[in-house]
Design a protein around this ligand. Structure first.
Ligand code: RBF
Length: 145
């Protein structure tokens, strides 16, 4: 169980994809406010944006090298369309986040929704299924602890 000061003095990087930004902004709000709730300071939370979820890996690698945070949270929303693109992007991102966790000595948190439609994405970003941004922030703090 976390204490209200567990994130105090820790540095957090967030990489947010702008694709499906209505969803990624909701995830970011949940994540950011949760870090603050557990004592992180505004000056210690650095959010950068990338065009789409595919670019989250590059953004996270760059943020790791430039900012040296204690944890990085990757936020994206992939919504299934008519073509197999959904599968390629989803698979490569989860593989990429795994690679980041192996290569670098801080945790990289997977906060990428892979939903079949907008309704599911809304439910998981502050609707009936909670907010996965909150869950990712809590996981990041637990890992640092
Ligand atoms: N990026 C997302 O973050 N979510 C998506 O649902 C998404 N769907 C895409 C569908 C297609 C057909 C293409 C070509 C790209 C999509 N992207 C999506 C953008 C992708 O993550 C990346 O920004 C671009 O492919 C440029 O590298």
């Amino acid at each position: 169980k976390l204490n209200n000061s567990d994130a105090n003095g820790k540095k957090f990087g967030i990489v947010k994809a702008l694709w499906n930004s209505e969803i990624t902004n909701r995830l970011h709000d949940g994540c950011y406010n949760t870090l603050l709730k557990y004592g992180a300071e505004i000056k210690d939370i650095n959010t950068i944006t990338v065009p789409g979820s595919f670019e989250l890996i590059y953004g996270a690698k760059k943020l790791f090298k430039d900012y040296k945070p204690d944890a990085i949270i990757l936020i994206g929303s992939i919504i299934k369309g008519e073509t197999p693109h959904f599968n390629f992007i989803s698979q490569s991102i989860s593989d990429g986040v795994k690679d980041l966790n192996i290569l670098f000595d801080i945790p990289f948190l997977f906060c990428v929704l892979t939903d079949l439609n907008q309704e599911q994405a809304l439910n998981r970003s502050g609707g009936s299924a909670g907010n996965k941004g909150i869950d990712a922030a809590i996981a990041a703090i637990q890992l640092i602890k």
